[in-house]
Design a protein around this ligand. Sequence first.
Ligand code: T5A
Length: 217
Amino acid sequence: MTRGRFITLEGLEGAGKSTALARVREYLQRQGIDPVMTREPGGTPLGERIRALLLGQSEPPMAPATEALLMFAARSEHLDKRIRPALERGQWVVCDRFTDASYAYQGWGRGLGAERIAALEDWTQGALRPDLTLWLDVPVETGLARAAGRGEAPDRFEQERDGFFERVHEGYAALAERFPERIRRVDAGQPLEAVLTALEEALASAVTRWLSGTEAH
Ligand code: T5A
């Protein structure tokens, strides 16, 4: 049995990931693929409980290392209960955020550094990495304004200030430069239809290669 493909979506708050996920699923279904759709932090009953801890208010403020370890605790459960079993069955998995978010938010945003995240990544994931990451790259102000425009109470991350999201953005840009084969940047500052078209093009170019068998994994 060939392992399924693992696709992740990344970007700042308000980048349009939730909207884009529906388009990714529709595209894959048109190719005859019925993917497992999931998200991080979360994706399992225990992971969703950890998500509530991570996104809820914390007083005194949660320490950066605690935050990183909770992200990876949820991820370990997610990999064990859902992601690996699905991939091993040959199913494709599409995940709203994955370890690149830990690099960007905890490594860059909180200043923990990439080395600590890499150590947790290696321990938790072994050799498993996404086959494709679609990075919805939105300017910080645009993304935050969109997120605020939903009229929901901001979560713990959305309340960050003092250059936090600029550092997160810098982190994503550094990752995209380091892994150009895996991470495809989509300009998410455009009107929604243009974003979705660019996203589908990036996805289609990878999926066509995989389905034609010209790229092993
Ligand atoms: N996190 C996560 C870490 O710190 N480390 C980790 O390892 C992981 C996995 C998760 C939080 O956890 C952090 C990152 C996050 O802060 P979340 O709620 O899952 O939180 O993620 P968010 O990014 O906060 O989700 P959002 O819903 O805010 O962002 P989306 O999904 O990117 O945005 P979306 O699609 O909901 O769009 C927001 C609004 O903008 C509109 C949409 O209609 C919607 O109203 N919109 C557009 N409007 C105009 N033009 C466009 N192109 C638009 N695209 C979307």
